[in-house]
Each structure stands twice: as structure tokens, then as C-alpha cells.
Design a protein around this ligand. Structure first.
Ligand SMILES: Nc1ncnc2c1ncn2[C@@H]1O[C@H](COP(=O)(O)OP(=O)(O)OP(=O)(O)O)[C@@H](O)[C@H]1O
Length: 541
């Protein structure tokens, strides 16, 4: 049974990947078609809106939209003995400006003004080639960073187990999803375009394995987002996935990295909001910005919204007498949106980060159901970071454990700075040697002629223990005056009841999860029946 769940989940994920590849291919084929047909402005606009350009991907050799259309017509005619109806006449009265895809999403209008008369003979040969190319495209895409997260990740095709639903996905309006239609409210359109361009990231490309230590936080985040996306039918009722999580702790300890890893590994659309800069940039409009942000996140679900420096926008309300009216409105809007999120079935997940959690508004805290302390790195994490930044081959017998011990109060970003400073030292030595050389111009010219000027063999020497010790003296740890305060706050307001699910199976084949929050002995059992439905019973074991 567990095998079946795993296989179902794997096949669903691979199906999602296929759909994602297909959507990317559609956009690329359209762009290529537009360029070939001379609609350069439209192609550029499509590239901007979709975040996909012909510099990243291009139509494969011998593939173009026009030809695909011809072949589809031939195929359809052969199968149904009549030509397909591809374009229908619409009442143009309500469509001022640019033509829009109707909300049914069933139309697939094609500009047929192309006069390039494509040769469609030898179609069988071509279609074999075409399907091969498609396969190759799919294979290539698997090894490349995701570039279509902005389009949503395709998790939407829950019921895509049969051909009919696959067909639906193909015609799903989300397939060619641009921004939501804000034509009635142009200022929302502007905000949405800004969010999509500057805030929304296709693929932050950070893996959990890139983050040293923080195993507990990683496990919790994976289980809060990844597992519910993979096995949605388990996460109902009492096991509804978390919607709001707060990461708190000293600066530079990896909170942003964790949020990016969640988005990368869970393949959700990632909205990275640097609270203070967004608010200052959109002063007076930040309330609308929040609204559009959540709107977009729902539009492109599954999504992760990461709001860094949450305390800077969600400090205790009314505590600062000089609080700006706009700021108050924005806070209220954020709370309203979060309430909506908590109630809705949409897969939108809010991750907030704060260095000053005790400053957060109580109403906000209540909505951030899980609060996870991200502490300064421990000995093992510090050592692994040094090893990562200055690997053995770059160093001269560096005593890693000893330096890790010496970097006790340093945050992850401090350690990175120390390593960078240490690594600069051999490079500086090399550069000063190069600078000191008195060049005989004639010899240099001769060498150049002999093609001996390659610098490939010139490398800085290894980082020595002295280099590292000096770097540590130069880079002091950021003051962590609040460490005790974090611990105290964690005790009072943090989360100890980690919902760490461990799937297991009992003797009669029923699955259950073990949840580490039973007040008695730390474990709680949640029974599900063989279909995976949660029975609703919670019992301590
Ligand atoms: N656990 C870690 N593993 C690897 N690198 C880390 C870790 N923690 C921090 N770093 C390094 O420090 C940099 C800053 O980390 P990050 O931005 O995630 O910190 P943060 O907790 O979000 O900081 P702030 O609270 O100031 O926003 C990272 O880019 C990374 O190079």
C-alpha cells in the first residue's frame, strides 16, 4: 500500500513536470512564431510577461507552430472525418483593447495571417521527429532549472489520471497564464506587473542540502509544505497543512535560504518580499500591494510568500504613536489576507522571518501558527560551512574543527565573510607578486606570439592557518545580544509541538502518522484508513 502511494505520488509529479514542460513549450513556440511572422513587439512583450525568452529556449529544428497546426488538422480530419473548428467568431463588443482569452479558456485562437506557406508533406516522418524532439525537450528540461514557476507548477491537475483530464489540462486557461485580468483597475495591473517582475521568482535555486545544519527546521518545513503537496489526501481535517510559519532568530542564520529552499524543492511559485524596501517604495500604496500580492499567489498556486523583516511592517499596532495611517491600513490588509489564506483551500503558504519576534503584532503572531527558532550555527554546521567555502584542496591543512570552535558566536553570513576574507589573502599575495614583476615588454610580446600567455596555470596559493586566524580577527561576529531573549521568547511563544509526521503501517495494514506532540510521551497517532482518509482519531501511544 505504501508502495502504491509512493508510485501514485511519483507518477503525479512526473505528470506535473510534463505539463509544465508542455506549457513552457507552448509559450516558446508562440514566441518563435511571432518572431518569424514579424510580430517582434508582441514576442518581446510575451517574453517579459512569461519570464521566458528565446535566449533560454527556442523551437527545436524543423518544429514550428504553423506546422503543428497543419498536422493537427490532418490528424483530426483523419480521425473524425471533418476538419477541426479551431477559431470561433466572438462578439467583439466587450473586448476593447487587446483581445483576451475568454474565461472558459477553451479558445485557442491563432493568427493565421502568416503567409509562409509551410510545406506539410511527409507529415508522418515529421511527426515522428516532432515527438522525438518533444521527448528531448522534456528530458532537457529535467536537468535545467525550472523556468516556469511563475506559470504555476502544474499541481492543479489533481485528477489527471486519465486522458480526459489531461486533455482538460491542455485547455486549462492556466496553461497560458499571464497576469490576472486587472483591466478594470489599472493601478492593480501596475502593481501586479511590479510583483511579477521584481518579487516573484521562477526558481530561487537553493536546495535544503545547501543549508548547513538546521535539520529540525528543514524537516518541519518539508513536512509543512512538501508532504502536503505530495500527499494532499492525508492532510485534511485536523491535519490541514500549516498556512503561516514564522522563522525567527539572529540575522544571517539562513532564514531566507530556508524560504528559498522551500520554494525550490516544493516547486512552488516564490514571492520574496523584503518588507522594508517594498513598503518604502510603495508608500501609500502598500495596502493595495499586499492585496495584489496575495491575489497573485492564489493565481499562481501553489505558492510560497516569503516576507522578510516582518517586524518592520507588523510591529505592535498602535504602539508607535506616530504610526502612519497608510501603515495601519496595510497591516489590517495583511491580517485580512492571512485570514482568507487560513480559511481557503488554495495552496498558498506564508513564511515570515523576523529578527525581533517580540515586536510582532499579537494578531499577526496568532495567524503564524508555527514559530521556528533559527539559532546561530552549532559546531557541526560551522565546520561544514568552512569546509564548503574553503574546501581541502584550497587550503593548507586547515584545522577545520578547531576553527569551527573558534567561530562560536558567528552567524552563517559572518562565517561566509570570514572565509571570503581568508580566501582573499593568497589571492592578494599572488596579485602583489604579479604587480611587482618588472615586465620586459619585448619578452612579453614574444611570449604572446608563442601563445604562452594563458593564465590557466596561475592559481593563488592555499589558504593557511595564519590567513584564517587573521581573517577571524578582521571579521567580528555580528552582536547577538538577543540570544537569551530569543530563547526566552521561544519558550513563551515558539512552537514545541513539531508536527513531525512519520508514516507507518500497523499490523492490519492501516496507515498512521506519528506526530511528535503528544503531551504524555511525545507521540501521537493519527489513523487513516486504507484509502488514506484520516479517521479523525487522535490517540497518544
Ligand atoms: N545555515 C547556513 N548554511 C549555509 N549558509 C548560510 C547559513 N546561514 C547563513 N548562511 C550564509 O549567510 C547568507 C545570509 O543568509 P540568509 O540571508 O538566509 O540569512 P537570514 O537569516 O535571512 O538573515 P536576515 O535575518 O538578516 O535576513 C547566506 O547567503 C549564506 O551564504
Amino acid at each position: 500500500m505504501l508502495n502504491k502511494i509512493k508510485i501514485d505520488s511519483e507518477s503525479r509529479l512526473s505528470e506535473e513536470q510534463k505539463i509544465k514542460d508542455r506549457r513552457r513549450n507552448v509559450i516558446i513556440l508562440i514566441q518563435r512564431y511571432l518572431v518569424n511572422a514579424g510580430y517582434i513587439d508582441s514576442a518581446t512583450k510575451l517574453g517579459t510577461e512569461s519570464n521566458l525568452s528565446l535566449n533560454q529556449y527556442d523551437a527545436a529544428d524543423n518544429i514550428d507552430l504553423y506546422m503543428i497546426l497543419c498536422e493537427f488538422e490532418q490528424f483530426y480530419e483523419m480521425k473524425f472525418m471533418k476538419p477541426p473548428k479551431l477559431v470561433k467568431k466572438v462578439d467583439g463588443q466587450n473586448t476593447p483593447g487587446l483581445p483576451r482569452i475568454p474565461s472558459s479558456g477553451k479558445s485557442s485562437s491563432t493568427n493565421t495571417s502568416n503567409s509562409n506557406n509551410q510545406n506539410s508533406t511527409g507529415s508522418n516522418k515529421k511527426s515522428t521527429q516532432q515527438s522525438k524532439e518533444k521527448d528531448n525537450n522534456n528530458k532537457d528540461a529535467k536537468n535545467e532549472p525550472d523556468s516556469l514557476e511563475i506559470q504555476g507548477t502544474g499541481v492543479q491537475q489533481k485528477q489527471s489520471n486519465n486522458e480526459e483530464s489531461n486533455q482538460k489540462d491542455w485547455f486549462d486557461p492556466r496553461v497560458l497564464k499571464g497576469l490576472p485580468d486587472y483591466s478594470d483597475v489599472p493601478e492593480f495591473q501596475q502593481l501586479a506587473a511590479y510583483l511579477q517582475r521584481d518579487i516573484c521568482s521562477e526558481n530561487p535555486n537553493v536546495k535544503f542540502s545547501d543549508i548547513a545544519g538546521l535539520d529540525q527546521a528543514k524537516k518541519l518545513l518539508k513536512e509543512a509544505v512538501l508532504v502536503p503537496l505530495k500527499y494532499p489526501h492525508f492532510f485534511q481535517g485536523i491535519l490541514e497543512p500549516w498556512k503561516g510559519v514564522l522563522l525567527f532568530g539572529p540575522p544571517g542564520t539562513g532564514k531566507t535560504m530556508l524560504a528559498k529552499a522551500v520554494a525550490t524543492e516544493c516547486r512552488t511559485t516564490f514571492f520574496n518580499v523584503q518588507a522594508s524596501s517594498v513598503v518604502s517604495k510603495w508608500r501609500g500604496e502598500s495596502e493595495k500591494l499586499i492585496r495584489v500580492l496575495f491575489d497573485l499567489a492564489r493565481h499562481y498556486e501553489p505558492s510560497t510568500i516569503f516576507i522578510d523583516e516582518m517586524d518592520s511592517i507588523m510591529g505592535q499596532r498602535g504602539s508607535a504613536g506616530n504610526e502612519h495611517e497608510g501603515g495601519r491600513r496595510m497591516k489590517t490588509e495583511l491580517l485580512i489576507q492571512l485570514d482568507g489564506l487560513l480559511k481557503s483551500k488554495k495552496r498558498v503558504f506564508l513564511l515570515a522571518a523576523s529578527n525581533l519576534p517580540w515586536d510582532l503584532d499579537i494578531a499577526m503572531l496568532r495567524r503564524l501558527e508555527k514559530r521556528i527558532y533559527i539559532p546561530l550555527p552549532d559546531q557541526e554546521s560551522r565546520e561544514s560551512m568552512i569546509r564548503r567555502y574553503i574546501p581541502q584542496e584550497m587550503s593548507e591543512n586547515l584545522n577545520y574543527p578547531q576553527f569551527a570552535e573558534a567561530l562560536k558566536n558567528y552567524s552563517g553570513s559572518d562565517i561566509k565573510l570570514v572565509c571570503k576574507e581568508a580566501a582573499m589573502k593568497p589571492l592578494r599575495r599572488l596579485l602583489s607578486q604579479i604587480e611587482d614583476i618588472q615586465v620586459d615588454v619585448r619578452t612579453a610580446k614574444q611570449k604572446k606570439q608563442q601563445n604562452l600567455t594563458s593564465y590557466d596555470d596561475v592559481r593563488p596559493g592555499p589558504v593557511t592557518e595564519t590567513d584564517f586566524a587573521e581573517a577571524m580577527n578582521q571579521v567580528k561576529p555580528s552582536p547577538s545580544v538577543f540570544e537569551n531573549q530569543y530563547l526566552k521568547w521561544e519558550k513563551e511563544s515558539g512552537s514545541h509541538d513539531f508536527r513531525l509526521y512519520t508514516m507507518a503501517q500497523n499490523s492490519v495494514g492501516r496507515q498512521y502518522f506519528l506526530q511528535e506532540n503528544c503531551p504524555k510521551n511525545g507521540f501521537q497517532k493519527v489513523i487513516s484508513n486504507s484509502d488514506g482518509n484520516i479517521g479523525g482519531d487522535l490517540e497518544c501511544i
